[in-house]
Design a protein around this ligand. Structure first.
Ligand code: NOJ
Ligand code: MG
Length: 527
């Protein structure tokens, strides 16, 4: 057996620098602020940080509109501070993963400025240009995810350009080898600076159908879905051509030792397996949102976990995402006690867990009133609950003004005062201590990180599974009901951890075991 890789054992913690810690009083977090908080992250025990984009950007889409791939946005800091971040993380045995946004640039990117300058520009075919359709309108019916046609008219050169997202986020033309080469060099630029890996943004939409065939209406989509989601995106999303590009990205990452490639992949769970490997390897970790998209009961969870495991290759390493900058906070969906169970689940299932900064505080959707909306998704497709600002709210570190995130008014409204690091640190039964204890337990019990996983049949509202490694066997029991529930089917053992943080470690337990409402228990078999 080969030794596990760092990214198979790691807890990965996503940070949007703008929402983490401000150091210069402009109400937006920055790299220097993040550097000040590294000791807290070391205390929490997370092993790797994934930073959402830090490159220069007009910030129309939370930094996912990049105008220079090989620099740091001045509002976030300098390249020297970035290098310092790499050094400081590595000194603490932590890893750094960067967002890589290959599908599009900001309209301000010099490549696009050149591309749109004239049809004769050497960079013309770095983007996706097309003539009007027969009626003089857009070339076909493709829709932008952010609303309206995916084609924007360019007056100067008399053609349309394609944008999967904002009009100010033109799609790069990944059929062009020069684009692929330039983007490979972007990866190398950061890999040489010591970055340990990437999370590839929007990886399924790199290449569209070259015949520009229209997408059909989705027969399952009704009026309750936002208009951009009412087409079946056969000709724009998840095409074989795009998946092949991922093999090239992976090959670049393999030029360097021990790096990791994770990816945002679209589509249903039954497609996720394709993102691991085709003719050649693709992602180490295609991000899996199954735990977030599941009804919160034992039977649905049991089924969705297996549906995911069934859909990935047998030798593939799983991953489990419980929060992210595009996803409503889990604590708002399933409540504070539910969020504790979710943390226990993600940190004990076989695979790599991904947390979004603030999940360990039980952060909920922050109240964002109409005048403060920043997210273009909500502005352009209003009324469908799509606003992503509420989960992007800046962290509160203590009870002070603005939670000591900033001396100025934060760029987005914040979550409840009580959900701050200092208060939760002072309460030894808080969700923060639970996350910290779970992460520590993973380091202490190899069965939780390296062990096999064997499902147990969910009964009585209890989701259950076993992890085994060497001679050790650990059982995880999660009572999803608000009422106490009995678990009969277990041998004797001793308590490792209760999600209520009030059972003594090492306490012997025998069947029948009584779990309290929404209690999770980790038990080591045998005495
Ligand atoms: C996926 C990112 O996660 C999301 O935040 C962004 O809006 C789109 N890609 C477009 O870049
Ligand atoms: Mg700042």
């Amino acid at each position: 057996m080969t030794a596990p890789k760092w990214w198979q054992q790691a807890v990965i913690y996503e940070i949007a620098a703008a929402s983490f810690q401000d150091s210069d009083g402009d109400g937006r977090g920055d790299l220097s602020g993040l550097l000040q908080r590294l000791d807290h992250l070391a205390w929490l025990g997370v092993d790797a940080l994934w930073l959402t984009p830090v490159q220069p950007s007009p910030f129309r889409d939370f930094g996912y509109d990049i105008s220079d791939f090989c620099a740091i946005d001045p509002s976030l800091g300098t390249i020297e501070q970035f290098d310092q971040l790499v050094t400081e993380l590595h000194r603490r045995d932590m890893h750094l993963i960067l967002d890589f946004v290959p599908n599009h640039t900001a309209a301000e990117h010099p490549w696009f400025v050149e591309s749109r300058a004239s049809r004769a520009s050497t960079r013309r075919n770095w983007y996706v240009w097309a003539d009007p359709g027969e009626d003089g309108g857009p070339p076909n019916n493709w829709l932008s995810r952010f609303g309206g046609s995916a084609w924007a008219w360019d007056d100067t050169t008399g053609q349309y350009y394609y944008h999967s997202f904002l009009e100010e986020q033109p799609d790069l033309n990944w059929r062009n080898p020069a684009v692929r080469e330039a983007m490979a060099d972007v990866l190398r630029f950061w890999l040489r600076r010591g970055v340990d890996g990437f999370r590839v943004d929007a990886s399924a939409v790199l290449i569209e159908d070259d015949l520009l065939r229209d997408d059909p209406p989705d027969p399952d989509a009704d009026e309750t879905l936002p208009p951009p989601q009412r087409l079946r995106r056969i000709f724009t999303d998840d095409r074989r051509e795009s998946l092949e590009c991922l093999e090239e990205l992976r090959a670049v990452v393999e030029e360097f030792d021990d790096r990791m490639l994770a990816g945002e992949v679209q589509g249903k769970v039954d497609r996720i397996g394709h993102f691991y490997e085709g003719k050649r390897p693709r992602f180490h970790l295609p991000l899996n949102f199954a735990l977030l998209d599941t009804p919160w009961d034992a039977l649905s969870l049991q089924a969705n976990i297996d549906a995911y495991l069934n859909s990935i290759p047998e030798n593939a390493w799983p991953c489990w995402v419980i929060g992210g900058h595009d996803k409503h906070r889990i604590a708002s969906k399933i409540g504070q006690t539910g969020a504790r169970l979710m943390a226990m689940l993600a940190l004990t299932l076989r695979g790599t867990p991904f947390l979004f900064a603030g999940d360990e505080l039980g952060m909920e959707q922050a109240p964002v009133v109409a005048g403060r909306i920043d997210d273009p998704f909500e502005k352009l497709v209003p009324g469908y609950g799509l606003n992503r600002d509420p989960e992007r709210a800046p962290i509160r570190w203590d009870e002070g003004p603005h939670g000591s995130f900033s001396i100025a008014e934060p760029w987005l409204p914040q979550d409840d005062r009580t959900r701050n690091v200092a208060s939760l640190k002072g309460d030894d039964r808080s969700i923060l201590h639970l996350c910290c204890s779970l992460i520590a337990l993973r380091k202490q019990e190899p069965a939780l990180t390296q062990g096999d996983q064997e499902p147990l049949r969910a009964r009585n509202d209890i989701l259950a599974f076993r992890r085994r490694h060497g001679g050790e066997s650990i059982v995880v029991l999660l009572n999803l009901s608000r009422e106490p529930r009995r678990w009969l089917a277990m041998e004797s053992g001793k308590v490792l951890l209760s999600s209520h943080l009030d059972r003594k470690t090492g306490l012997p337990v025998d069947p029948p075991l009584l779990l309290r409402g929404q209690e999770g228990l980790i038990i080591k078999s045998g005495r």
